[in-house]
Design a protein around this ligand. Structure first.
Ligand code: NOJ
Length: 750
């Protein structure tokens, strides 16, 4: 058992020594005290100890790490699993290293620790930042109880290509939505009081542009011009930094030839000088040495030099900085100022988290995992993340339903429904849709289960005919299909976005029966499910929904809850449309409303007979499902849009409003969305940009005025030349249920 008195004495001594002990700090602010402590401690450190703080190692064993920790050669460890190990390592650092500097323990806690929330893409679909914040808080409470005080989340990469498996890890395609979700996640992890032992430092990643990987292939190069970088890819990072994110992670990609880990422009010019970030920058896994693989550095020495000089503070696992830092200083290839900058940034975070006062984790306190509150929030998040894409009236399931046929590889796959990045999630604690349906229906309804396919990639079609026979004896078919968790996430890209295995065949056969087919998709990305939408009576899309996915989906299907999720990404009809997103720029030859497609074009047609317009001959011009789309069990009517003034100055604030009415027979939640178009710019502008949204719940027949305040300054963008400003001129605004529909109202900025 831990000797807490000894621990306290040693920590307190370390604290005093790190403060210098002789300056009166009583008149200083908290921040000034931290700076003072950072400077004082830094002045006592040898170069070796400084380089040690910049070094992060992956956990192997306590014995293996002990010598390096004792020698002050490690600043952080990733991938510890329990409080006992964390404390053992921390004891070595605090009691046996010369300066008693605690370690920062880290782990990928991406969408929950034990209680797994929907994958971030699903959380994006909630359009509910407060709920996302709550999920992050719960993750931090659970993870910090095992000593983890730093997570590598949120991922705020804008993702517009569903082939990229990591689309699952972010909040979708939209800079505004992602900015709100990223900032909410940061607040949830960190809280207002960083020294709270349950506060977990956030790490905003991957800086920057990683989601634009060419051809949706992970780790691939990006070619993002500066204006697009600033207008599309940077705002979500800025929002997270403004929310107080303590750390930022570099990305694996090179942009226009410069790998992020060696990119001074993004790490120094933008992050530090423009944004004033004062936390620390960590590389992604092995990315300093990765500069050699990129062909951007000749060897570890060169790679260490380039990453330090570019603005990296801590190196994740590849050890090049620790090994080469001293020689680089001797050779004057890096300055001591760069090293001191990096170490100060790291120490500042450690002091802010209260690690010097409180380096240990209580091993005796009762478990905080899977508490009823946590499960309740995870269920709410799974409910709000599910998107109803189609419903011909079969949902919610009627009371008259007495025989339900449940099929599909995702109906009872507790591990798969948790989704990607669940190092700590446990399938034993996960409730599947099948389990939840059986529990909720009890003896009242006969639930027959046939998986038909053992897993999503299963190509064995031999059990389909038995399912078709069973379907004829059922009142409704509930088919749970999608992707195993393995099919999305890091390094898991796909060049085909159709349902894998024999799932298409299974659904096609079931869809031909007279029994209504309800298809529930659980996946890590939008899939090309045009056929399945046509064949099914209803489709509910649930990005991997986590621990409580089963009860959430069962409640939605049975009508105990109403769907309210909205697509956080555009769904393509065909993979060849990727990258696809709603905020495309206006092109010179936009498509017409009713373009003639491939099989309707007469043989022998002349070259220009289709009008020379911007559309695919096979896929057409539209997405399968637009951004922001989602149905529910009621209907809503949008009134006319009112605007406070049709002529405004750049310093004014607009009020845009409409009246929303629930025109159906049940209560429901609508996500009311405000889009704006800047009609003419110094460069071409997106056809629409999301500027505000609000979840509004109304009873049947109820109306409510929904108003949005929009400061005109929110219409600023990076213009030509590269200046961030509002350009006067004509604008349009829509208040609408998704990015595709609505009638615009015009206004002019003078
Ligand atoms: C590599 C991934 O890109 C990053 O997102 C993750 O946080 C680190 N590995 C640490 O596991």
């Amino acid at each position: 058992m831990t000797n807490y008195k000894l621990v306290f004495a040693i920590t307190f001594a370390a604290l005093l020594s790190s403060c210098g002990g002789n300056k009166n700090t009583s008149s200083m602010t908290k921040e000034e005290i931290i700076e003072y402590r950072v400077d004082t401690l830094l002045s006592q450190m040898t170069l070796e100890e400084k380089l040690g703080q910049m070094n992060q190692l992956s956990f192997s064993s306590i014995e293996a790490l002990q010598p390096a920790i004792e020698a002050g050669k490690v600043g952080s460890i990733l991938n510890t699993e329990d409080a006992k190990t964390v404390n053992a390592l921390q004891h070595i650092a605090v009691e046996k290293s010369r300066l008693h500097i605690p370690l920062l323990m880290s782990r990928d806690v991406i969408h929950g620790f034990k209680t797994i929330f929907p994958i971030p893409l699903g959380q994006g679909a909630t359009f509910d930042p407060a709920l996302v914040q709550k999920g992050a808080r719960i993750a931090a409470v659970e993870a910090s109880s095992t000593g983890i005080r730093w997570t590598f989340s949120p991922m705020v990469d804008i993702a517009r290509d569903a082939r990229w498996g990591r689309m699952a890890e972010g909040y979708g395609e939209d800079p505004y939505l992602t900015s709100l979700m990223g900032a909410a996640t940061v607040r949830g992890y960190q809280t207002a009081d960083l020294s709270d032992p349950t506060a977990m430092a956030a790490c905003v990643k991957h800086f920057v542009g990683y989601g634009a990987a060419e051809s949706g292939l992970d780790y691939n190069s990006t070619f993002i011009p500066e204006r697009q970088l600033r207008n599309v890819y940077l705002p979500s990072f800025k929002a997270s930094v403004d929310a107080g994110a303590l750390t930022v992670m570099t990305s694996f990609n090179d942009n226009d030839g410069v790998p992020s880990t060696g990119n001074t422009f993004i790490l120094k010019d933008i992050l530090r000088n423009e944004w004033g970030f004062n936390g620390f920058v960590v590389t992604d896994w092995g990315s300093t040495s990765g500069l050699i693989v990129h062909g951007f550095a000749t060897d570890a020495y060169d790679a260490a030099m380039k990453s330090i000089n570019a603005g990296v503070d801590m190196e994740m696992v590849s050890g090049a900085i620790l090994a080469n830092g001293a020689k680089l200083i001797d050779d004057k290839r890096i300055s001591m100022g760069e090293i001191d900058r990096a170490v100060s940034n790291i120490l500042r975070v450690k002091f802010s988290l209260g690690l010097f006062e409180n380096p240990y984790t209580d091993e005796t306190s009762p478990s905080v995992m899977y508490t009823p509150d946590h499960l309740k929030a995870a269920k709410k998040s799974a409910i709000e993340s599910a998107i109803l894409l189609k419903n011909d009236g079969v949902l919610p399931l009627k009371k008259s339903v007495k025989r339900v046929l449940v099929v599909g590889p995702l109906a009872d796959a507790p591990y798969e429904q948790m989704g990607t990045w669940v190092f700590d999630g446990e399938k034993e604690h996960t409730i599947t849709p099948l389990a939840a349906l059986k529990e909720m229906y009890g003896d009242r309804v006969k639930v027959t289960y046939m998986s038909v396919l053992d897993y999503s990639r299963d190509r064995n079609t031999s059990k389909i005919s038995a399912a078709v026979s069973a379907a004829r004896r059922a009142d409704v078919i509930l088919a749970f299909v999608g992707e195993e968790s393995f099919l999305s996430g890091e390094a898991h890209c796909l060049a085909d976005l159709n349902l894998v295995g024999a799932q298409k065949e299974m659904l096609r056969a079931l869809g031909k029966t007279a029994t209504p087919l309800v298809t529930v998709v659980m996946a890590g990305r939008p899939l090309t499910i045009g056929d399945e939408l046509a064949e099914s009576a209803a489709v509910l899309y649930s990005f991997h929904p986590g621990t409580m996915g089963g009860p959430a989906l069962a409640e939605l299907l049975m009508g105990d809850a109403s769907p309210s999720g909205r697509t956080p990404v555009t769904f393509p009809r065909m993979v060849g449309q990727e990258p696809i997103y709603y905020a495309r720029h206006q092109v010179e030859r936009p498509a017409n409303e009713n373009e003639v497609l491939l099989y309707d074009i007469p043989v022998g047609s002349s070259q220009t007979s289709t009008g020379c317009r911007s559309f695919y001959l096979d896929a057409g011009k539209d997405a399968l499902v637009p951004f922001g789309f989602g149905l529910t069990y009621t209907t809503f009517k949008y009134g006319e849009v009112h605007i406070s003034s049709s002529e405004v100055g750049v310093k004014d604030t607009l009020t845009l409003s409409t009246t929303l009415t629930n025109t159906g027979k049940v209560a429901g939640t609508e996500v009311v969305q405000l889009y704006v178009q800047d009609c003419v710019g110094s460069v071409t502008r997106p056809m629409k940009e999301l500027k505000r949204f609000r979840r509004v719940t109304l009873q049947p027949g109820e109306s409510q005025k929904v108003s949005f305040q929009l400061p005109v300054s929110d219409l600023a963008y990076w213009t030509y030349p590269m200046v961030y400003k509002v350009e006067p001129g004509d604008f349009k605004a829509w208040i609408s249920p998704n990015s595709k529909v609505g009638t615009p109202i015009s206004f002019v900025v003078k």
